[in-house]
Write a protein that binds this ligand. Structure first.
Ligand SMILES: O=C(O)CCC(=O)C(=O)O
Ligand SMILES: [Fe+2]
Length: 357
């Protein structure tokens, strides 16, 4: 994940940092403290709740101060906008529970498949069938003939493969050891990239990296959802997507997505799994961000001026009271779905789709 973490006094220097600190899961403690981290029980009453906005809009047609309903002829779902953040669109409950399950499965099964890259690719090379390996309790070990060589489609040959067991397996952590369990790899999955591959070290798209097109069904969904933010007659062209995987204490620091050529085109951003807090700042980190909940099935669009606004996710909720994922979990109650259930009860997934050129 990106958004550089500053340390010490710098963490509180800007309005954006102060808001992140306010909402993050744990209160800061001196670095040498051995005490258990203290959970931050922040007052959440000023976090915008677009589900409540939708419900009250459906009851009486009204919206709270600063929020208005955006009319988009032919678009089936209510869309809300913020008066002081032009180019930002919130589509609450955009996906049905079945659609959410489908995209969670895709995010865990097919999106991390090579040639798509993940945060594990730089360490292990391409890894295939991670989820099947989790289900079968496999361990990733160094392939015997692990010389780096090119196979079909200019893809790197696997340097590591899944095996039943490993005699010298060090299954926790993966920095210095040669083998790691599939379940640890899944827990440490942070991102995967679809379509044109993003190079995090150079912070740009590397068109020379092998890639597949964005899957057709995701492309259709993004085109449909992007309509409110497109000029009339224009169609959104999805070319790349970043899938972010958030574990219980993960956050996404404040950042701008400025690597795409045309900022008038929206980023279509889908939330799945545990509820989160999203911060939408202004063009400077000094601008006080607005905070809002993002729930599973919500979609936001950031286009035009909102593309120039700092944003981030300081917190996800995994406790029963706040995660609001019980409907979703009940969909994964079958024995075969055990690993989806285990994963999503304490995780969040975000798929954000972009037009690059
Ligand atoms: O996780 C989210 O909702 C936001 C993700 C995001 O801003 C990004 O990947 O650029
Ligand atoms: Fe972003």
């Amino acid at each position: 994940m990106y958004g550089v973490e500053a340390s010490g006094a710098e963490t509180e220097r800007t309005a954006f940092r102060r808001a992140e600190k306010r909402y993050k899961l744990y209160k800061s403690q001196p670095t040498r403290s051995r005490k258990q981290p203290v959970v931050n029980r922040t007052d959440l009453s000023d976090v915008i709740d677009f589900l409540a906005v939708l419900e009250s809009f459906e009851r009486d047609g009204g919206t709270p101060e600063g929020i208005y309903r955006f009319e988009c002829p032919g678009f089936a779902l209510p869309i809300f906008c913020l008066k002081d953040r032009p180019g930002f669109y919130f589509i609450p409950c955009a996906l049905t529970i079945e659609e959410q399950c489908y995209w969670i499965r895709q995010s865990l099964i097919s999106f991390p498949q090579p040639p798509n890259r993940t945060n594990h690719t730089a360490i292990y090379g391409p890894i295939s069938y991670l989820l099947t390996a989790v289900q079968n309790k496999k361990i990733l070990v160094e392939a015997e003939n692990s010389n780096v060589s090119l196979v079909d489609n200019n893809m790197l040959a696997p340097r590591y493969i899944f095996s039943e067991t490993s005699l010298d397996a060090h299954v926790e952590g993966h920095d210095s050891c040669k083998s790691v369990s599939a379940s640890v790899l899944l827990r440490k999955l942070r991102w995967s990239t679809l379509g044109l591959q993003f190079d995090w070290s150079k912070r740009n798209y590397d068109v020379s990296l092998p890639h597949n097109k964005i899957p057709n069904d995701l492309c259709l969904l993004a085109k449909k959802m992007a309509v409110p933010a497109m000029s009339s007659g224009e169609e959104f062209q999805p070319e790349a997507a970043i899938v972010n995987y958030f574990g219980p204490s993960d956050m996404l620091g404040g950042h701008l997505d400025d690597m795409e050529a045309d900022w008038s085109k929206p980023i279509v951003s889908i939330s799945l799994g545990c509820k989160a807090i999203f911060l939408l700042g202004g063009k400077s980190r000094e601008d006080m961000p607005v905070s809002m909940f993002l729930r599973s099935g919500d979609i936001i669009l950031m286009a035009g001026q909102a593309r120039e606004c700092f944003h981030g996710v300081p917190r996800i909720f995994i406790d029963d009271e706040h995660a609001e994922n019980s409907d979703l979990l009940s969909q994964f109650s079958g024995e075969d779905d055990r690993c989806f259930m285990d994963y999503i009860k304490s995780s969040r997934i975000n798929i954000n789709i972009r037009q690059v050129n």
